[in-house]
Each structure stands twice: as structure tokens, then as C-alpha cells.
Design a protein around this ligand. Structure first.
Ligand code: C2G
Length: 129
């Protein structure tokens, strides 16, 4: 059983998120998503439009996702790796290099982001519509 993990806020779920999850899932047999809680989003300087519970509900409905766990801290990735026997971390390449210190625990894979879509752009476009 090859376990993959990824982390994110996944607010206003869009094609870029789904493509990341789809590609991450293709690296193993099980995909775990560490979903940023509303409190951790505040730490990240983000304010999600959709609540944690609703973001979790939507992620759990995605066929590529096997388990959603709360992401409450930048520092939980090592304990998650041990608890879930993770084989690889997969993130979009806006994070390239940021998690290289975790390469001692598992593979770290950065995938190209999907161009032309982002939660920030959606919010901007809706504000100016
Ligand atoms: N993503 C993507 N293409 C986009 C938008 C996002 O591939 N057009 C990817 C990001 O690179 C990330 C994932 O989708 O890997 C989730 O994006 P966000 O919800 O913005 O997550 P982020 O705020 O980057 O949180 O500890 C890590 C953080 O929680 C990551």
C-alpha cells in the first residue's frame, strides 16, 4: 500500500485543485489530504470563504481522495508521515523547495500548477463582475 499525502486549503474548489489531487493519487494506492483548518488558515494569512467542514465534505466526495485529516500546523508533516506510513508528499510547484527537509522521511514531489485558475483570481473576477 503506497500512501501519498498532500496539504492545502482547497477553498472555492476548482480544476487546479482537482488536477493536483488526480495527479497526486496517481503516484500511489491511497491519497490523504491534510486540509487546513479555519484556524490554521489564519496562521497562513488566508481566510477561506468555505468553512473547514464544508471544504472537507467536498474533498471527501472526490474519487481521488481516500482520507481527509485536519492540517492545524506547519509542523505536523513528520508526525503525519509516521502515523500514516506516508511514502510521498505531493505539492504544487509554488512550493518547490519548501519541503525538501522532509526528503529524509519520504519522497517529495512538486507538480506544475494548473495555469489560468486560482482561488484568488476567482475572488477577484467575482468582485469585479
Ligand atoms: N494548485 C495547483 N494549481 C492551481 C492552484 C492550486 O496545482 N491552479 C495546488 C497548489 O499548488 C497546492 C494545492 O493545489 O498544492 C492546494 O492549493 P491551496 O488550497 O492554495 O493550498 P496552499 O494554500 O498552497 O496550502 O502545508 C501546505 C499548505 O497547507 C498548502
Amino acid at each position: 500500500m503506497k500512501t501519498i499525502i498532500t496539504y492545502g486549503t482547497f477553498d472555492l474548489l476548482h480544476k487546479g485543485h482537482i488536477r493536483l489531487l488526480q495527479r497526486a493519487a496517481s503516484y500511489g494506492d491511497r491519497l490523504i489530504v491534510g486540509l487546513a483548518t479555519d484556524e490554521f488558515n489564519a496562521v497562513k494569512g488566508k481566510r477561506a470563504y468555505t468553512s473547514y467542514e464544508d471544504r472537507r465534505f467536498m474533498l471527501e466526495a472526490i474519487k481521488y481522495v481516500d482520507l481527509v485529516i485536519p492540517e492545524t500546523s506547519w509542523d505536523q508533516k513528520v508526525s503525519d508521515a509516521r502515523k500514516y506510513h506516508v511514502d510521498a508528499l505531493v505539492m504544487g510547484n509554488d512550493w518547490t523547495g519548501q519541503f525538501d527537509d522532509l526528503k529524509q522521511y519520504y519522497d517529495v514531489i512538486y507538480l506544475p500548477r494548473t495555469e489560468g485558475v486560482s482561488t484568488t483570481q476567482i475572488k477577484h473576477d467575482l468582485n469585479t463582475a
